[in-house]
Every structure is written in structure tokens, then in C-alpha cells.
Design a protein around this ligand. Sequence first.
Ligand SMILES: [Zn+2]
Length: 346
Amino acid sequence: MEHVRDVSELPKAHLHLHFTGSMRPTTVLELADKYGVRLPDALTEALTSGEPPKLRATDERGWFRFQRLYDAARSCLREPEDIQRLVREAAEEDVRDGSGWLEIQVDPTSYAPRLGGLIPALEVILDAVETTSRETGLGMRVLVAANRMKHPLDARTLARLAVRYADQGVVGFGLSNDERRGMARDFDRAFAIAQEGGLLSAPHGGELAGPSSVRDCLDDLYATRIGHGVRAAEDPRLLKRLADRGITCEVCPASNVALGVYEKHEDVPLRTLFEAGVPLALGADDPLLFGSRLAAQYEIARRYHGFSDRELAELARQSVRGSAAPEDMKTKLLSGIDDWLSAPVA
Ligand SMILES: [Zn+2]
């Protein structure tokens, strides 16, 4: 039997994890029970089997179905204690997977009605993140993400809110949901507000749509990181641009396959991006539905893309460098990565 280093012991930063999508399946089932929420059969099935639901999110109906499953899970989060539980469990799972730094993304709008408004909702989240970070030792921050399906004015409101909490745990601003809808530049004002407020800009792009969507994120939204960005692999000039500018792509291999962006693991152009020198940060996206967490993404890189331990260590370094972690935290994680690599294989 081949002895290899344990990827769950490789220190790393997790830069692409959605709030509801981070939940443990058992927690959603428990909360649904507590509140008498009737979950869609497809969701219950996915949560009990650990198998991702069959989704063809590359067509609009499939994406819509994915969003509906997500909404059902989200409707189980009602009280501040549910939010606290989610944050604590997400942190525990991340720590177990070797993460030393987690940036979780959330659109507080979804929780505002039940938590007394947008500001109280964000405060409950930030409070939970602060407490959890202190208790678990995991460095943890928040990206506030606007929803592309909503009006650009809503995004501006969120950007202002995000900036207001920049010194209380918010480090970045994102844009999620169907990138085929509307134009990135509809959200340029929101991103300008976020950037002027010192937040990093990390919109989703190059997942459901091709390289032009990544270019729009760079040109119109001042992206310093790209959520996914995998489809940049279809354009060598764009790859070079991402590499030259050091734009980190938050690549989520299991998610790409679960949502049908690529047919099978081998098709995700992880190696193309890596060889082109594009900094990468592997992420789990929505482990609740996709059934795999952070360390599993590194395992996928090893198993399906032939990444050696040295290359896996480099992926981990890139995740740390692309993060908003303070310098001392980065130094600590980077030296932990060196230790992982230099330790003898058992
Ligand atoms: Zn995402």
C-alpha cells in the first residue's frame, strides 16, 4: 500500500464556502424537524444519502432547482442560536480538514426577515463568527455577497453595510447566483463602494458562463479574486492575465462536477490553471449539497489530477496568500505547510 501524507493535516485557507451550504446535513434535518419544515424529497434524499442530488445546473431549470433546494435548507435557520450553531459547526468541520483560516460568504438579506432586519442579521452572524473564532482558534472572517438575481440597488445597500462592518469581521464583497443573468457591470457601483471601503472584491464568474464572465469581473468589478473562474481555462490570454495580476481563482472541483459544469472530475481544468500560474484556492462551495468538504478537494486534486504532495502544498500556499488573513497568520500557516511537506511520510 502506498503511504501518502494526510491532506487533512495540510494547513490551508478556505476562501469559498457559502453560509447555508456549509451546514451539516444532520443539522438541517434536525432543524427542519424542530420547526416543522417540510423539506423537498430531493433534499431529504440528498441529505440522508450523502449523494449530491442530480442537478443539471448548467441549464436554467437545473440551476433554479438547485436554488430551491437551497432555499428550503435556508428556511430552517430561524433563531440566532441556529446561526451560532451553523457557524460553530462550519468551523469545526474546517478545523478537522486542516483549515487555519476560513472566509465564509453570506447574503444577510436572506436571514433579515427572521432576525429583525439586515443590520441585526449581519450582527448576529459577525458575533457568532467572532465567538467561534475565539473558541476554536480558527481564523474566521466574512464576505458579504450580493445576489445577482436582485436589483443592483440592493447590492449597493449591502456594499455599504459590508463597509460599515469592515473592522468587525467583514473582509470582502462578493456576487453570487446565476452569472448568465444581467451584466456584471450592473453591479459596478456596489463593488466600487466595497473597494473604496477597503474590502476585497470576489465575485463569482467563469462557472456557469465562459471566459467573458471572468473578464467582466476583472474589468467592471475590480475583482481581486474570482469565485470559481475555472472556465478561464478556455482562454490562454485570460489565463496569462490572471497569472500576471495574481488574481486567485477559488476553484471548487466537487461543486463543478455536482452541478454539471464538467462531466467528471478529470474534466475540471485544475491542472491547466495551475500550470498557467493562476493562483488557486480550493473550496467546498456548498458541502451540504455536494457531499464533500475542504480536504476532499485536495484529495480530488491528488487522485484525479495527479497532484504530488509538493504541488498540493503549493495549492495550500496559494490559498493562504490569496486570503485576507493578517500577515502573522499567513506566516504561521505557510510555515505549517512547509512542516507538512518536510515531515517523513509514515
Ligand atoms: Zn459559490
